[in-house]
Design a protein around this ligand. Sequence first.
Ligand code: AMP
Length: 434
Amino acid sequence: MESAFGIFNLNKQLLTAIEELGYTSPSPIQKEAIPLILEGHDVLGIAQTGTGKTAAFVLPLLMKIKYAQGQHIRCLILTPTRELAVQIDTAIAELGLYTDVRHKAIYGGTGTKTQIEALQAGIDILVATPGRFMDLYLKGEIVTKDLQYMVLDEADKMMDMGFMPQIRKILEVIPRKRKNLLFSATFPEKVERLSYEFLEAPVRVEITPQATTAETVEQVLYETPNFRTKINLLSNLVQQDELQRAIVFCRTKTVADNVFHFLERKVLNKDSVRVIHANKSQNTRLNSINAFREGNIRVLVSTDVSARGIDILEVSHVINFDVPVIYEDYVHRIGRTGRANLSGQAITFMTPAEAYHIGKIEKIIRAEIPRRAIPKEVDVPSTPFDEQQAILREIDNQRKKEDPTFKGAFHEKKNKPGKSSTFKPKKARKGRRK
Ligand code: AMP
């Protein structure tokens, strides 16, 4: 299936990786930044985590760097924390899977041996925290003469963490003739000053999620301990009369298919629900969307990515079966309900592993989404062992992301189901462990 990423001049290797990652359409920051970087502009990007900003610079950089060449670094990405360095390096590994581009994250708090070995073997893209970069540079392990691209990611955080003097030193030891990209979640004066120093005739790209959400839209959040509860709650909601037309957003194709089949078989009549995702042909998707638009079907199940960019008119209900990981999507989705003075509801289901993302979304919308208790008639089964383990693992990863010194509380063997849960459903009923 052709992907909407085809609009960029990316090569086959990158497009294949994008497809395998399940990205079907570029996020707004990607749409704007990728062509500019490919054209060779310095770019100033104001975008928060969760907007897809990493791929917005990693994809065009991979396109420019193209393949392994020489020993010395050609691209340097500076980040404030070790966690972010690892995250970016992972994105390079995923998106560059079908290229032979060599990359490595280097950061403090750990030995230098393997980092030095990798540098000696040859690196094309280096992701680094400023301190460790300077350490290894001064040791003569990093040669900057071939450097063509430099990225400062989360510049505001770097300023806040007092990295400015180190960044200045780094700028002194790298070639003047190079392309620069600066990404920052916010744009305070100090970042503006840095941008004058660092960028040459930059093009500014700004993705600021709307801070306010439509007033006619009621937002509701249910704390659902597990997948099964989400399914039970959804089937209860779609049977309510007030739900005239709803889109149900799911994170993956598999979840979307499961939800669709469940609704089709057990809850709704076959003609009132459809599913759209990347495995459906363009035609099938368009037919479903048109049928939905014309009011012939009540419920449209979609993956997060398929729905992006499609303007789906007015709906009475948006149901986030999964919490969106591109946080802006939350805001955009809410905008789909409650138009033209119709009142709408945006309903979100949240497992304990998704509470982290909800925290981030609430920061963006500057409001707490009101919690609502799960209706009494909805069965809340207890969480199966495997699902519970997966949830705990994800929570651990999130804590590590926020605090690089956090070693992790999750131990595969020690945990017994139920015991270590940090999230107790308020009303676990009829629960029996299998
Ligand atoms: P970031 O804002 O770079 O931290 O990315 C947030 C999340 O969105 C990451 O998990 C990415 O893998 C994912 N992502 C990035 N671009 C896309 C896209 N075009 N479609 C779907 N997911 C994406």
